[in-house]
Design a binder for this molecule. Structure first.
Ligand SMILES: NC(=O)c1ccc[n+]([C@@H]2O[C@H](COP(=O)([O-])OP(=O)(O)OC[C@H]3O[C@@H](n4cnc5c(N)ncnc54)[C@H](O)[C@@H]3O)[C@@H](O)[C@H]2O)c1
Ligand SMILES: O=C(O)C(=O)C[C@@H](O)[C@H](O)[C@H](O)COP(=O)(O)O
Ligand SMILES: [Zn+2]
Length: 370
């Protein structure tokens, strides 16, 4: 049972669903099973998260629906597991389960699990249900919502994937108690992104609420999650397949994804940046590029950099990365056209714009400044 009524965010459109945010949702078997149509469930998780939460979810499912056949598929933790090979293993797990078209994948974990599990659900029998049970802050505020699913290639981030909206999202903020500090900050990077691109008052709120958020005060976290989900839901509902405004959610990602790929996706346990950290650096570089192109007042750019620093996030390019190689990576960014690079640039707090044909020499200059 949930401790109190969950906060609900609705996403409309062709495939409507709800995001529920509330304590105890991971144990709420009746809420979870209400979205499960068939009798086969594959819980996809990772080696950090499964020992913490998978048994609880399995018990909740069993108590509400003893007829369910529930299997577990567990991947190693971190970005390096978001591969075609692990995707193949997930497909094998669905085959071993005997999953029929009404089966359901439960993605229990951070964004890596969510993206991989969602992609497996998108492909098995051309598409089965996926319920997202995000356990990292980043997954609660961003990756569990909107239906982008993918795996990485050595050549670039998320290069193989599909749009496959979840059947439902259940975010239980009590899961965040065990989240490592570095991962909490990474999630806050994507939270700051929403303020930067569409909600200037949210940036004020984030400036005022760094202490409670970093101390994991539940009320502040739930507010940040709900407000982030509301922004993502609004954008995704209007443009589910990223034909236009959805690309705003990619602010900081052209630089960020190039950094991640260039570092070999090794952000989990060493000096390389994880996704949220790479996006933090990417947002700062995007504001600098905006300044080069005559957009975004310098004072606003400095304010964003200071806010990221307040949250303990990196704001400069890691040492040893080659600018030309980063630009080469950006040519495979999914926003790029045959005609050239496309960036989400910054105008001011709460306002960003998608700009085509950004000259590579301006990007190079920005990278060389660090
Ligand atoms: N699909 C989308 O729209 C979208 C949006 C943003 C990011 N992403 C993707 O999400 C990924 C990043 O997600 P992430 O930051 O969650 O990384 P992640 O999935 O690697 O999780 C971060 C780390 O935290 C651990 N963890 C997660 N929940 C935990 C908990 N409650 N307690 C203890 N440990 C826990 C994980 O095991 C992992 O080690 C990237 O691959 C990124 O590309 C996708
Ligand atoms: O949902 C979106 O749209 C986003 O861009 C959200 C991003 O935070 C996320 O990292 C996404 O996976 C990036 O998408 P991609 O199309 O650049 O791979
Ligand atoms: Zn992201």
């Amino acid at each position: 049972m949930t401790a109190s009524a969950p906060r609900i965010v609705h996403i409309g459109g062709a495939h409507p669903y709800t995001i529920s945010i509330g304590e105890g949702l991971l144990d709420d078997g009746s809420a979870l099973t209400a979205r499960i149509r068939g009798r086969h469930v594959l819980i996809v998780s990772d080696e950090h998260v499964a020992p913490l939460f998978a048994r609880r979810v399995e018990i909740a499912l069993h108590n509400a629906r003893p007829d369910l056949r529930v299997d577990r598929f567990v991947i190693p933790p971190g970005e390096q597991a978001k591969t075609l090979a692990r995707f193949g293993d997930a497909i094998d797990a669905l085959a071993a389960l005997g999953a029929t078209r009404d089966a359901c994948v439960l993605a229990l974990g951070g964004g890596v699990v969510g993206d991989l599990a969602g992609f497996a659900a998108a492909c098995w029998m051309r598409g089965i249900d996926c319920i997202q049970l995000p356990t990292s802050l980043l997954a609660m505020v961003d990756s569990s919502v909107g239906g982008k699913t993918a795996v990485d290639l050595p050549q670039g981030k998320n290069l193989v994937g599909a749009f496959h909206p979840p059947r439902a999202v259940f975010a239980d903020p009590s899961a965040l108690d065990t989240l490592p500090e570095r991962e909490l900050r990474a999630g806050l990077s994507e939270v700051i992104k929403y303020g930067a691109i569409v909600d200037a008052p949210f940036l004020d709120w984030l400036e005022a609420n760094a202490a409670p958020l970093l101390a994991r005060e539940r009320e502040a976290l739930v507010e940040a999650i709900a407000r982030s989900c509301l922004h993502k839901a609004t954008i995704v509902e209007h443009d589910p397949f990223e034909h236009g405004e959805r690309a705003l959610l990619n602010f900081g990602h052209t630089f960020g994804h190039a950094i991640e790929a260039e570092q070999g996706y090794s952000g989990a346990g060493n000096d390389a940046l994880n996704h949220g950290e790479a996006v933090a650096v990417g947002m700062v570089l995007a504001t600098r590029l905006s300044a080069h192109l005559g957009m975004a007042p310098a004072a606003d750019a400095e304010r964003l950099r200071a806010l990221l620093t307040l949250y303990g996030l990196p704001t400069t390019l890691p040492a040893g990365l080659d600018a030309d190689r980063l630009i080469q990576r950006m040519r495979l960014d999914k926003k790029a056209h045959a005609a050239g690079l496309r960036f989400v640039l910054w105008e001011r707090a709460g306002a960003a714009r998608i700009v085509d044909g950004v000259p590579e020499d301006a990007v190079l200059e920005t990278l060389l400044e660090g």
